[in-house]
Ligand binder design. Sequence first.
Ligand SMILES: Nc1ncnc2c1ncn2[C@@H]1O[C@H](COP(=O)(O)OP(=O)(O)OP(=O)(O)O)[C@@H](O)[C@H]1O
Ligand SMILES: [Mg+2]
Length: 546
Amino acid sequence: MKAGGFQVMVRLMGLVRPLTGYMLLAIVMGLLGHLCASGITVVGGRILLAVLYPDWSSGLEFFLILVFVFALLRGILRYAEQTANHYIAFKLLALLRDRVFAALRRLSPAKLEGRDRGNLISLITSDIELLEVFYAHTISPIAIAVLFGLVVVFVCASCHVLLGLLAALAHLMVGALIPIVTSRLSGDDGLHLRRQSGELASYVLDSLRGLSEVLQYGQGAARLATIQRRTATLSACERRMKIRGGLNQAVNSTVILAFDFAMLLLASSLCDFPGALIATLTLMSSFGPALALADLGSTLQRTFAAARRVLDILDEEPVVTDIHGREAVPFHGAAAEAVSFAYSGEDILQDLSLEVPEGEIIGISGRSGSGKSTLLKLFMRFWQVQKGRILISGRSVEDINTDHLRSLESYMTQETHLFRDSIRNNLCIAKLDASQEELESACRQAAIHDFIQSLPQGYDTEVGELGDTLSGGERQRLGLARAFLHNAPFLLLDEPTSNLDSLNEALILKSLHTGRRGKTVLLVSHRQSTLGICDRSYSLEHGRMS
Ligand SMILES: Nc1ncnc2c1ncn2[C@@H]1O[C@H](COP(=O)(O)OP(=O)(O)OP(=O)(O)O)[C@@H](O)[C@H]1O
Ligand SMILES: [Mg+2]
């Protein structure tokens, strides 16, 4: 176990506390189930005695019924144990998902914009899923193996103390020593296999998504070769693991047989025949729970690595925290006051000041990567400035309720994200209770109403995954319609016209200019024609306005 593995385990166990009753139930059921399974073999031995020796023949019927009852109970108890374990596991997965989503809400939007967002997907899918192994197949099996081992040692020791010692040794070997040694030997193969197959899947998906680029630049053969090479590496890794798995099984079976044989020899020299028979049968039938731990070594390391990532997210401090309990302010203009900002050490804005007076349209241009979108995000308070202040109505955004700030601002991002849903629902995220008139008015303003009307199902047309069925300009105008529908006094528009033809651009600029009804607009654009409607425009250069 790596450093910190113990703490991870303690925290994971801590989550089980409200479900302790179910956990105990699973352990008791599992223990009783294994006792029944062993009981079948041991009582079977007793029945054999009764058949072979007339002295032992009394109670034969009782033992036959007992075997039947044990068999029946074994099935029921196993079912009950698995049900309790999976109930715990899935309850806790739901709880963890809930907590992770709560953490992501707390950490967003900065976390979701950050450069490691790709890892977040695997965290909220596969990492959490892996914890099922811990809750359903780790805790109670270990407890059951230990308790059951103790019962077996006790039964054997009741024949002779040396037999008890032999049983203890056998269980330690099969349940602890062999799993630890094999997990050391197998190293990180399991981890590699999982990671590499994940990478291969995303490489294939990436190739499919970029199929037109792959075809255009003649990269098909090269991509295929890479896929084949990776598949071959995966197969080799899997082969190694399977061979090792087979070897492990062989070693386990040999060790178990050796101990059974040793028990038979030792017991026959130390006890009478019935005692020797019972002790040997008890040991022979007792390795089920210990064998269940055999594969745990390699999976546990993966589980703890996944758990560590999940717990890290829960512990992470957000870049910005939501603000509550402040007084609402009406909108009277915005400003940036000597603002400096860097993304984890990468300076973007330096000592930047900007005035956005109420009712005016302010334009910002500047080369790609100069920090224009970043500045808009600072007005939205998606990130925290390192120096200076962002002001709304003369008050720092750090001092305005987050919900209120969002209601003062309509932000149209540079890339409009469309959900796999109808056009109506995609627009209504900006105003959940928007009426048809409001929708249409916003869409007219964004010059997209006529297009929507021309679709077979109008506003109820589905836009497909990532809005793939729409053109770039159509997506952009839907983004703009969303921002208009939100109907906030301060509009932040990031490249609202970059994908539009000049006719649609002119329509939108006209509605922005004449139909804004006192709204204040901060507009980022590379196009001179768009910047033309601004009351004032600035250029962002070397982190400053000029
Ligand atoms: N979440 C982030 N983490 C780290 N760096 C980032 C992040 N977002 C943006 N950057 C970097 O910050 C710089 C400014 O990005 P920004 O998106 O603000 O530029 P921009 O002026 O809007 O460019 P464009 O005109 O191409 O849209 C870029 O170099 C970008 O790579
Ligand atoms: Mg940008």
